[in-house]
Ligand binder design. Structure first.
Ligand code: OAD
Length: 243
């Protein structure tokens, strides 16, 4: 069923998985766009930008506490774990737009996070980090020792992406033999530009999505379906054929 892809995999070493909210959908975490998407119910300008946080820190903090609970109650799904399995056979890099930490929790080794991570926080003023420290009962942003609010380590609208993560992602995309674009609408920039970098560098680009996107007619292969089903299936067929 995936003959062309299996042949490509058999001659490939470096694989990149560029992931978006769709890969975590089967873990029960809502995506951003589409009928049930987060941005249908909430307004990004009220919740996902710095001025909103300064205007109403409690509201923004509460929203992230609510999303943190969803993430903590979720588990990596077969899509995440299939990627971990790919690491046994290939040099795998994950570039994710997700903040849910599920690739790390699944056990993936090399994960670049372009939009931050909901399990981390930092002080808005002195930038002191509060990584993987839970504030489960805090209904308002906790205060740093310097007296300022602690905020989630999420890239909000209008903010720069972490430059080290972005530069490392560009390099991985350039060097990849196969570049999987999994569960993303590919419309949020600059993250989405990573796919063009891979394509221009000659990587074989494979998109996995339940629906066609803006880039579907420009990739080398479009596979329609759920990532939690397609990724394990590719791996199974690969094992049967080559390993
Ligand atoms: P979107 O919500 O824009 O897109 C999710 C994509 O996943 C859609 O194309 C769906 O068709 C697809 N999808 C849903 N379920 C799937 C499944 N089981 N298997 C495969 N595909 C599936 O999410 P992103 O592209 O990640 O930014 O959004 C990009 C950024 O926009 C996010 O990182 C976030 C948001 O604003 C920040 O938080 C900074």
């Amino acid at each position: 069923m995936y003959e062309e892809l299996l042949t490509q995999l058999s001659i490939s070493k470096r694989i990149v998985f560029f992931t978006g909210a769709g890969i975590s959908a089967e873990s029960g975490i809502p995506t951003f766009r589409g009928e049930e998407g987060i941005w249908q119910k909430f307004r990004p300008e009220e919740l996902a930008n710095f001025s909103a946080f300064m205007r109403n820190p409690k509201l923004v903090w509460e929203w992230y506490q609510y999303r943190r609970k969803i993430v903590r109650d979720s588990l990596p799904n077969p899509g995440h774990t299939a990627i971990v399995d790919f690491e046994k056979y290939f040099d795998v890099t994950i570039i994710t737009q997700n903040v849910d930490n599920l690739h790390n929790r699944a056990g993936s080794k090399k994960v670049y996070e372009l939009h931050g991570n909901i399990e981390r926080n930092y002080c808005v003023r002195c930038k002191r980090r509060f990584d993987y420290i839970e504030f489960p009962d805090a209904e308002s942003p906790p205060l740093c020792d310097c007296g300022s609010n602690i905020r989630p380590d999420i890239v909000w609208f209008g903010e720069y992406l972490p430059q080290d993560q972005f530069a490392a992602s560009e390099k991985a995309a350039e060097q990849s033999d196969i570049f999987f674009v999994v569960g993303t609408s590919s419309i949020v920039y600059p993250a989405a530009s990573i796919t063009s970098i891979a394509k221009s560098a000659g990587s074989f680009v494979v998109e996995i999505n339940i629906a066609e996107t803006e880039i579907s007619n420009r990739v080398n292969l479009f596979l329609k379906g759920k990532s939690g089903e397609i990724l394990p299936e590719i791996l199974n067929q690969l094992k049967v054929k080559f390993l």
